[in-house]
Design a protein around this ligand. Sequence first.
Ligand code: HEM
Length: 210
Amino acid sequence: MLNPPLSLQLREGTQDSHRTAESTPFIRVFFSGKLSISQYRNFLLQLFHIYSAMEENPEVLYNDPELQKIYFPELFRSLRLSKDLNLFFGKEDWKSIPILQTTQEYVDRIRFLNNQKNYALVAHHYTRYLGDLSGGQAMKKIVLKMFPEEYHTGISFYEFPEISNFDDFKNEYRSRLDSLSIDVAVGQSMIQEARLAFQFNTKITGSLLE
Ligand code: HEM
């Protein structure tokens, strides 16, 4: 185990990045309940491609004795996002819509790490999934208030039916992170990678209102 433990290093090492990520104009408009359907579904579209990249080779996680410690299929979001997107676009033609260049770079980065079976992948999972189980839950409430009732079934992205207690789950996730047998250098590369993941998220929401 690293000292301080990896989960603590990740949290502390990304505190500034978190603050930046949660205060982009898009997130502010989101929390004030003033996004348009078109802005919101464009956001979901970017997320769909990011999660698809994270989830397309699950064997990279479950075939590795260390990475399998953070293999939690109940966290997977891509199928859920595609359901929400079908509703928000009204049909399935969203699949051919081009994504932002930053999203493409984020996707390429995840695929690169996946192909290399690089442990820095963990940082991408941490950044998105723990975020979804935290601030993401507040976003679900906003979506329900912000959009008319016909869209209220489009919140699958925020739902984790197999997780009964989010705080317990997050603690379990953190203890799995802490149980990874990694050295200081790999730990450092994960913190760096988590900062990069936050930056990608910040850049994406930074361009969604334009
Ligand atoms: C939208 C505005 C956001 C709000 C209101 C928010 C809120 C929160 C809160 C309250 C926590 C603490 C939860 C806990 O310790 O159990 C948290 C943790 C976290 N958030 Fe956010 N967040 C937001 C945006 C983001 C974004 C954009 C990301 C990255 C994509 C993110 C990633 C994380 C991560 C990884 C954690 C876990 C930190 C840790 O305990 O190690 N959040 N968030």
